[in-house]
Design a protein. Structure first.
Length: 384
């Protein structure tokens, strides 16, 4: 009590260093702190303990995000090396001279026709994406639709499984970002729907695989394809059933509130909207198959039905094996293998697949880079 009355407040023992050198004791508490810091030691005082620091979630999130970024970086390099290795091996197998000879002898009016179909193909993709956006944001402008679509294609080329395509959500303002990512997922799902429908039919009808094999094998495969088509038809005709199922599963998931916002993109999706999206997706994919036919035919005559079967199977395999950058290498290998069934030269099949990649993926991605240089990330909705 006498010490309190005299104005001297003792420092609690827990805050005193275990052993303090004489210079620090003479200099007081501040001198002790400077002394310990000069020795490279951490000395925490009472007000340092009380000072607000980063939350536990923040300190854990930073290393976690850094680890995720490092993994994605390594995965991108692995995909790049794998792409180069597969393409290099394929080129050496076909022989570079044969590839160049086929390029010089190509019928370029057909190549120009295939290049011209890039515009209606992209227009159908933009129409489908804009149709989805206007279900939740009626004031969406065509410029926003095109810019976000092309930037999404750019991100998709360099990300595993083309997940970067969901990045288009960062360039649309006024809606929760998770909701826009959900819309991007729906858009991608209807693209995959068209690939699966055409691809399974193409593989089923390819000669030498299932069609000309054992009758029981063909019938069994046809039954499996019919079951798959029936299931997909039910999804197209009853999209609300999928929405209700996803909401029911979300109840037992962590982060259910954020997942609920992500799934809210399914809310405006009914039978009419689903049929429109399916029609647009099938039309755009059919244009891609026509492009493939024109490119192959520019190098070597081939029947349209034969090209349809082979190209549908190629695109299906390419989507099922997203192990390279933009599917490059995988698509060319599948193209050589499937078109060989119709006596198409390896160089013609390889060049056709490379040209299709350049037209439908590389060209829009380059345009997306130019747009990205002028865009800024759009502000998110306040209720996100």
């Amino acid at each position: 009590m006498a010490m309190v009355a005299s104005g001297r407040i003792p420092v609690p023992p827990v805050l005193r260093p275990a052993s303090t050198p004489d210079p620090a004791r003479r200099a007081g508490l501040e001198g002790a702190e400077r002394y310990h810091e000069s020795c490279g030691m951490k000395y925490r005082t009472a007000w340092q303990e009380a000072a607000p620091g980063p939350a536990v979630g923040e300190t854990l999130a930073e290393p976690r995000s850094r680890r995720l970024s490092r993994r994605l970086h390594w995965l991108l390099w692995i995909k790049f090396l794998l792409t180069v290795a597969v393409l290099g091996l394929l080129v050496m197998t076909i022989h570079p001279q044969e590839i160049l000879k086929a390029v010089r002898s190509a019928h370029y009016p057909l190549v120009a026709a295939a290049l011209g179909l890039v515009i209606p193909g992209l227009a159908l993709r933009a129409l489908k994406w804009g149709y989805l956006l206007r279900q939740v944001r009626p004031e969406t402008r065509a410029r926003e639709v095109w810019s976000s679509l092309l930037v999404g294609i750019t991100f998709a080329v360099v990300t595993p499984g083309q997940l970067g395509e969901f990045g288009r959500a960062f360039f649309i303002s006024g809606r929760p970002r998770l909701e826009l990512i959900g819309l991007s997922f729906i858009d991608k799902a209807y693209n995959l729907l068209a690939i699966v429908l055409f691809g399974t039919l193409g593989i089923l009808l390819l000669p030498g695989l299932v069609m000309d094999g054992n009758a029981y094998l063909f019938v069994g495969s046809a039954v499996l394809v019919a079951i798959l088509w029936t299931a997909l038809a039910l999804v197209v005709l009853s999209p609300r059933w999928i929405r209700d199922l996803l909401y029911a599963v979300n109840v037992i998931l962590p982060y259910r509130e954020k997942t609920k916002v992500l799934l809210s993109g399914f809310d405006p999706l009914r039978r009419r909207q689903s049929l429109v999206l399916t029609g647009l997706g099938l039309s755009q994919h059919f244009i891609t198959l026509v492009q493939f036919y024109l490119l192959v035919h520019s190098f070597q005559p081939v029947a349209f039905f034969d090209s349809f079967r082979a190209s549908a199977a190629v695109i299906f395999v390419k989507a099922a094996l997203p192990i390279s950058i933009g599917g490059l290498g995988v698509g060319e290998t599948a193209s050589v293998g499937f078109y060989r069934l119709f006596d198409v030269a390896h160089a013609a099949a390889f060049n056709s697949s490379m040209m299709l990649f350049s037209m439908n993926i590389l060209l829009p991605a380059v345009i997306g880079v130019l747009i990205l240089l002028r865009l800024r990330i759009a502000p998110e909705s306040a209720d996100a």
